[in-house]
Design a protein around this ligand. Structure first.
Ligand code: ARG
Length: 247
């Protein structure tokens, strides 16, 4: 079939039939990931990343559907076309870059470890591989432990417990079924808020967050990069960082 659109037709959403409709992109997020993407009491989804893409969409003239889904498997879902981008505090890594493209970076974060307030576990114990660590499956926190503690034999692999969502890690830490949790620092701080848990140390990984987009969707990548650059240059960005306690 002939393409009636302009050269940038790949920026059209999958629902677009070729007529000049507003493209609709499905944005995959983890729905239990404050402050970036989380479901509020009224059932609606918000967060720094959700508000960012909503602002970008408005500026660039497209619409978004926010799709909460399991984190582990979110890249396959993108590749299979179930979603059009992942905008949910995803670290840009060389392994992921083999599978998908990333936007320009929009935040830099570090990993952190948390323990129970009643626990005497130190960063030294953690680094010596002596304690049971909980992590969300498929996250850079889990990869860090695998690469830096398990791969070199410092820690037995049974000492790493993987969970499908981070709230499950926190529940087990609170009940002292695990000794420590590892996660990106900002969402880790959010997750322990009001609980008898505290951050015991940080690992300065300096990870950069980016929006993941299918390799072939080069038009969408350009649009999102433009939108991100506009967002970060606008007062809206500082407003969002303050609102979500990122500074
Ligand atoms: N930044 C880390 C990563 O990319 C953690 C991401 C967790 N994201 C989420 N939506 N649960 O692996």
């Amino acid at each position: 079939a002939g393409c009636t659109g302009s050269e940038g037709s790949e920026t059209q959403g999958p629902e677009n039939s070729g007529v000049t409709e507003t493209p609709v992109y499905v944005v995959g997020v983890d729905g239990e990931y404050p402050p970036y993407s989380y479901i509020q009491k009224d059932g609606s989804i918000t967060g720094l990343d959700v508000e960012s893409i909503q602002w970008i969409a408005e500026q660039k003239g497209f619409e978004v559907t926010i799709q909460p889904m399991a984190w582990d498997g979110i890249i396959p879902a993108l590749q299979q076309g179930k979603i059009d981008m992942v905008y949910s505090g995803m670290t840009i890594t060389p392994e992921r870059q083999e599978q998908v493209n990333f936007s320009i970076p929009y935040l830099t974060i570090n990993q952190s470890f948390a323990v129970h307030d009643d626990s005497s576990v130190t960063m030294d114990d953690i680094m010596a591989g002596k304690v049971v660590i909980g992590a969300q499956r498929g996250t850079t926190g889990a990869f860090w432990v695998e690469e830096n503690l398990i791969a070199n034999g410092t820690m037995p692999k049974e000492n790493l417990k993987l969970y499908d969502s981070f709230p499950l890690v926190i529940t087990d830490l609170q009940n002292q079924r695990i000794d420590a949790s590892v996660y990106d620092r900002p969402p880790h701080m959010k997750a322990i808020e009001g609980k008898p848990l505290h951050i015991v140390g940080e690992i300065y990984t300096g990870e950069e967050y980016g929006v993941a987009i299918r390799k072939e969707d080069t038009g969408l990548l350009i649009t999102v990069n433009e939108g991100l650059a506009e967002l970060m240059a606008s007062p809206k960005w500082q407003e969002l960082l303050t609102k979500y306690e990122m500074d």
